[in-house]
Structure formats: C-alpha cells, structure tokens
Write a new protein. Structure first.
Length: 257
C-alpha cells in the first residue's frame, strides 16, 4: 500500500451552526465532501457521498473502476434521497478524494473531484493543486476576468458549477499517476482554502512532519483567519516509489475541467 501515515480533522468553523462537511480517512481512500442545501440536507448529502466508499476501507488498493462506480453510486443515492423527501430537494455535495489504486498491474494514486473541494500534492518542496475547481469564480479566473487571489474572496466563489446530486450525473475529473518519493497530499474543503493562501498551506505542510499535526495546524490557521465556513483537512503521506518527479503530467481522465 502506498499510504504511510495520515491525519484528519473537521470543524464547523466560527460562523456556521452545523458542520455539513464529511470525511473518510482510512486506507486506501481519503475523501472530503462539502454538503449544500441547508442543515438536514447538506450534511445528509455529504455523508451519503462518503458512505459510498466505506466498503473499500481495509483493502490494500482498489481499482479505478471501483472509484468511478462509487462516485456514480453516491450521486444516484443523493438524487433518490432528494426525490423521496421534499425537505431535501436540491441537496448536493462536492466530492474530492485520493485513493490507492491498482492500474496496469501496479499501485498508483488516483485523485478525483466534483465541485470546489481540493486535492493538493506536495513533492520536492513544492505544493501543487491537482484538482480544478468547478465554480463560477474559477471560470472567471480561467477567462482572465479576475486573478486567482481575487477569486479567494469573490462573491461567486461559493457558486459550484458541478456537484453530486444532479440528474444527469456530473462527470468527475480524475487523475491517475504513479507514486513518487516523499509524496504528501492534502484533501480539503474550501473552508480551508478560502481562509488560508496556498503559500501558507505549503509552509505548514513543510514545517510539520506528522500528518495529524499538520492537519491540526491548518485548521488552527483557518480558525485564526475567521473560519466563515466548515473546515475539513486530511493530510496523507505516501511511502514513495519508482516514479517521475513532481512535474508528472496529471491531466484529467474525464470531465472538462
């Protein structure tokens, strides 16, 4: 298994009354889901998304197909639950994750994303965002209308353009790549990235050797910055492998992100 150690933390933040984030941090899968639709709906959607991956816990690795099927099953379950209860109409969730998978007969990492939660990779001392946000603000950045720094505080930053809980089902972006030496990954909700800039996240991940310590410090930074949303953080350390450097091409396998 490519996973050496991991740490995780979640908090409702300083403004929200309830935590609509959900997480699963147990090899071979590490998942963050950020629910939407209000209390008793958003939290239901996020936990339904996470629940679709629970049966994988304890396996050495899963297949790419397993992960893709789980994403589809999560979306279908959320759609069905919303249809059966008018009080949950319109509920949905983001889903971002990291999984240890077998591809081509060898162990690889798989990263997948629907929405604006994120997965980052720290390798060779450099932090890179692997996922692409499915949000109005990100579309404005890509169109050159605003800068990435402006997007962090933009009024449209929370308008998600792709999420679980829709019919037809959303297309998840996914990336599959071999492990490299000293990989560290961060899976998080936007409650972290809205409050803490990437350069400060990078420093924290470099300064704290233990994944749980790093996760708790990132939460502390978000709280110190105001934590206007729920905050969920997972930090995962890999065991390394015979792989190329941090500039490995991680173009999406699916989606248009």
């Amino acid at each position: 298994m490519s996973v050496q150690a991991w740490g995780a933390v979640t908090d409702c933040g300083l403004v929200r009354a309830a935590n609509e984030d959900a997480l699963l941090a147990d090899p071979p899968v590490f998942i963050v889901a950020d629910g939407m639709g209000g209390h008793a709906a958003g939290d239901v959607a996020s936990w339904m998304a996470v629940d679709a991956f629970v049966d994988f816990v304890g396996r050495p690795a899963i297949s790419v197909h397993d992960a893709e099927q789980a994403i589809g099953a999560a979306n279908a379950a959320i759609v069905d639950a919303a249809l059966s209860d008018p009080g949950r109409a319109g509920m949905g969730t983001t889903l971002s994750g990291l999984a240890s998978v077998v591809a081509g007969g060898t162990e690889h990492w798989m990263v997948f994303n629907v929405g604006d939660s994120r997965v980052y990779r720290l390798a060779d001392g450099r932090l890179r965002q692997l996922t692409v946000d499915h949000s109005e603000a990100e579309e404005m950045v890509l169109a050159g209308q605003i800068t990435r720094e402006e997007a962090r505080g933009h009024r449209l930053r929370n308008i998600v353009t792709r999420s679980l809980g829709t019919d037809p089902a959303p297309v998840a972006d996914s990336w599959v790549f071999p492990p490299s030496h000293h990989d560290r990954f961060l899976v998080c909700s936007d409650g972290l990235t809205t409050e803490v800039p990437d350069d400060r996240i990078e420093r924290c991940l470099l300064e704290h050797q233990q994944p749980q310590q790093a996760a708790e410090e990132l939460l502390r930074l978000a709280l110190a910055a105001g934590a206007r949303d729920n905050v969920t953080v997972i930090v995962v350390d890999g065991t390394g492998g015979n792989a190329p450097d941090a500039d490995t091409d991680t173009a999406p396998r699916g989606g248009d992100g």
